[in-house]
Design a protein around this ligand. Structure first.
Ligand SMILES: Cc1cc2nc3c(=O)[nH]c(=O)nc-3n(C[C@H](O)[C@H](O)[C@H](O)COP(=O)(O)OP(=O)(O)OC[C@H]3O[C@@H](n4cnc5c(N)ncnc54)[C@H](O)[C@@H]3O)c2cc1C
Ligand code: FES
Length: 278
């Protein structure tokens, strides 16, 4: 059993929980995730390790109330327990000193990018974070992200905060400045995480500049051990299982159309279960 020691609502949709999980905290690295099973009737829910404290023995998870299981998890309070947490799972993000790294996130991806931005910063990179949100109320972790990078940009779809527009608008502007300057260089890496259309747009843009781009993929996962095939995706024309081969992949090689389609596989069932349990 894993005890929730702290719970905070970051906004109406997004919840942060800190959970006692000493063994996972000991091994956790940026880019990895866990699978949660709330109780004996629970389905398996993959969530990125948003933070961890090796000394205290806790992990932090930040999740959006997307459907049945995330809503159930959001109902648990500090002091209550989660039956199973498996992890850390997936390959850690490959962190090196590449000079300059752009970390681009959309929506709840802001939580998932924090440990990655921090790790690249600790490795000596100049880190630029670009965070997109639908509106100001949905923006999370602004202060903590600001503190983990050298330059920080916010976009909102409705212009209620930061720049109105998409994360790719900022990316385009930054690349245009580089193009016109004799002294600045393109980043060694662009890392993106968030909604599929956002990751696809980032990949389509950076492909034109041949700038290495990694996307952290979020396909539907079931066992998360490479056995069930639920997280199957195509990268460079080859089958990959995001749970054991990823979740980080070369974004220029990912078949985002297939990923998007596969995420819709259980839409009807998900809607029915959500409605029945509303
Ligand atoms: C490696 C990985 C890390 C993730 N990290 C986070 C995170 O840190 N925070 C966060 O808010 N979300 C994260 N997600 C997405 C999260 O797992 C889904 O939102 C969640 O499973 C939805 O379940 P539900 O029952 O609440 O909603 P449902 O109604 O079942 O589904 C809502 C939508 O979520 C997606 N989804 C459903 N089941 C899964 C599943 N088993 N795996 C992946 N996606 C699914 C589908 O697109 C679906 O339409 C991550 C997904 C993966 C694969
Ligand atoms: S989730 Fe089953 S193979 Fe990846």
């Amino acid at each position: 059993m894993f005890k929730i020691i702290k719970k905070e609502n970051l906004n109406n949709d997004i919840v942060r929980i800190t959970v006692e999980a000493a063994f996972i905290a000991q091994k956790a690295q940026a880019g990895q995730f866990v699978v949660i099973i709330i109780d004996e009737r629970g389905e398996r829910l993959p969530l990125t390790l948003a933070d961890w404290d090796k000394e205290v023995g806790t992990i932090t998870l930040i999740f959006q109330k997307a459907g049945f299981t995330t809503r159930r998890l959001a109902k648990l309070e500090a002091g209550q327990e989660i039956q199973h947490i498996l992890g850390p799972l997936g390959h850690p993000t490959e962190v090196k000193n590449l000079g300059q790294v752009y970390c681009v996130a959309g929506g709840v991806g802001a939580a998932e990018i924090y440990p990655v931005a921090r790790a690249f910063k600790q490795a000596g990179n100049r880190v630029i974070c670009i965070i997109g949100s639908r509106n100001k109320d949905l923006l999370i972790l602004e202060d903590i992200l600001r503190g983990s990078c050298d330059e920080f940009f916010i976009t909102t779809d409705d212009g209620s905060y930061g720049r109105q527009g998409l994360v790719t608008d900022v990316l385009k502007d930054l690349f245009t400045v580089i193009e016109k300057s004799a002294h600045t260089q393109y980043p060694g890496l662009v890392y993106c995480i968030g909604p599929v259309p956002m990751m696809r747009a980032v990949a389509d843009f950076t492909r034109g500049y041949s700038v290495k781009t990694i996307a952290s993929l979020n396909p539907i996962m079931v066992d998360a051990t490479g056995m069930c095939g639920a997280c199957r995706c195509h990268v460079a024309g080859k089958t990959a299982f995001a749970c054991v081969d990823g979740p980080d992949f070369d974004a220029h090689q990912v078949d985002f159309g297939e990923l998007s389609q596969r995420l819709k596989t259980f839409k009807q069932e998900e809607r029915r279960i959500s409605e029945e349990n509303a």
